[in-house]
Design a protein around this ligand. Structure first.
Ligand code: TYD
Ligand code: MG
Length: 454
């Protein structure tokens, strides 16, 4: 027998090197190479036992019948929305998130919901025992008899169970706990994760079963395991939020079957995750009486406008170097806005600490939030509250100009619906007609904002 071939895989980007080096030649990360045996591609198919099922043939594209692909309703409105309307047969989804954020809860909830329609669901639990999963399920709702649990980490046993049970939906929690005996390395190592995922993906594709894999996130915020995992799957979902807040956001970082612009919002309750249908009401509902440093931004997530409260606290720096911190807001963007305020409005904040917070712990990235952030900073610095029926939607450019933002009409409608009376928008270009009850105030430059809002 020929000597087994070895290679060194970067755990960051998955690039293969013939020998060990300190720095990955591809992504330049240091100390990320891990040794593993080279697996011939044919072995993967043998492993999944699906080689004989897969007989693709060459045919004209227009003859491919897409009606063959009915989507499986996941029984969860927010998840369906993010996926673009349910799961595609054979679609492989990777759900990533920090520990304790609610990945297992979400997947179990989905399993139970799909199970109630009578479809067979197989939940592979590598982290929790059947009893633990049952205890959690008790809190989440009715448990249909078609929901099966299999506490297992050995990939061959998992594949056997899949071939035997032929479920309509498979959940693997988590991919990092899986173990392939004929693959080098401990469970959770790059090779193990990649090959386990490959074997499961081959099964999913060949049998047309939607498959969900839960993946952990590293300290740096990327999915543990090589980037190749992200290439292998069809959809990468990220479950994020602040663990100290009840709100969670589900978004697609990659989606072969739909848009990545959609966002699902959940609230963690005593009975699992509840979808939040009207996020603006919830996010603004926490707002008290008018305080200085608070401004309402009309953001857009996917195609949904969401009103969020932006809070700024500007105070004299105690230490030599002023602190800048932003929860839910990009720090570099905050620094940029402070620089613009200093240069274009002569608002010197160099001696002050600036803290910024988007209420609800949500990370909502939309350049349209800039204007609200600027207003909140001005309000806190001058210790003057803003009118709490005024909201903002505008991007701030480096020369202090306020730029128009997309989908202004939807934003205006949502603002009006929530009882806003005034909305500051970019004065460049024309804006759509405002809905009843809402006055639109166009501003062209950051230096004008101060005059308009106080
Ligand atoms: P979990 O799904 O175990 O997180 P992950 O799989 O991402 O590590 O969720 C853990 C948290 O969710 C835990 O701290 C308790 C909380 N939780 C609730 O608040 N309500 C519930 O009904 C459930 C099941 C969990
Ligand atoms: Mg878990």
């Amino acid at each position: 027998m020929a000597k087994a071939k070895k290679q060194f895989i970067c755990s960051e980007c998955g690039h293969a090197h013939p020998q060990w080096v300190g720095q990955c030649g591809q992504c330049k990360a240091w100390n990320t190479l891990q040794e593993e045996l080279v697996v011939p591609a044919t072995k993967r198919e043998k492993r999944s036992g699906m080689a004989e099922l897969q007989t693709p043939k060459v045919r004209p594209l227009h003859e491919v019948d897409v009606a063959e692909l009915p989507r499986l309703d996941m029984g969860e409105k927010e998840l369906n929305r993010v996926l673009g309307g349910g799961s595609v047969p054979g679609g492989v989804v990777l759900l990533g998130g920090e520990p304790g954020i609610g990945k297992s809860t979400l997947m179990l909830q989905v399993a139970l919901a799909v199970g109630t329609s009578g479809a067979k669901v197989l939940y592979i639990s590598g982290e929790e025992s059947a009893e633990q999963v049952r205890m959690r399920a008790n809190r989440l709702g009715a448990i249909a008899p078609s929901v099966l649990i299999y506490p297992q980490t050995q990939v061959p046993a998992v594949l056997d169970a899949l071939r035997r049970e032929k479920p309509a939906l498979v959940v693997v929690d988590s991919i990092q706990t899986l173990d392939l005996p004929d693959q080098d390395g401990v469970p959770g190592s790059v090779g193990q994760i990649r090959e386990s995922a490959a074997a499961l993906t081959t099964y999913a594709k060949a049998s047309g079963t939607p498959l969900y894999m839960v993946g952990h996130i590293t300290k740096e915020g990327s999915l543990a395991g090589p980037k190749v995992l992200e290439h292998m799957v069809d959809v990468v979902l990220q479950f994020e939020g602040d663990r100290h807040h009840a709100y969670r956001m589900l978004r697609a970082a990659k989606n072969r079957f739909g848009t990545t612009a959609e966002l699902g919002i959940y609230e963690m309750t005593g009975e699992g995750l509840a979808s939040v249908d009207h996020p603006s009401e919830v996010l603004l509902g926490e707002r008290g009486s008018a305080e200085s440093g608070s401004a309402v931004a009309v953001s857009l997530q996917g195609v949904r406008p969401i009103l969020v409260e932006t809070q700024a606290l500007v105070s004299t720096a105690v230490y030599g170097t002023p602190q800048r911190s932003g929860t839910g807001f990009d720090l570099r963007r905050l620094n940029m806005l402070l620089a613009v305020l200093e240069k274009r409005c002569a608002f010197k904040l160099g001696q002050f600490d600036v803290f910024l917070n988007l209420a609800g712990g949500l990370k909502i990235q939309d350049p349209a939030n800039d204007l609200a952030v600027v207003a909140a900073i001005l309000s806190s610095t001058l210790n003057t509250p803003l009118d709490n029926r005024t909201c903002f939607a505008g991007e701030v450019g480096l020369s202090g100009e306020i730029r128009p933002v997309p989908r202004l009409e939807q934003r205006m409608m949502e603002a009006a619906r929530l009882g806003m009376e005034r909305m500051l928008v970019s004065g460049h270009g024309s804006h759509p007609k405002a809905p009843k009850g809402l006055t639109v105030v166009p501003v062209k430059r950051v230096s004008e904002v101060h005059r308009v809002i106080f």
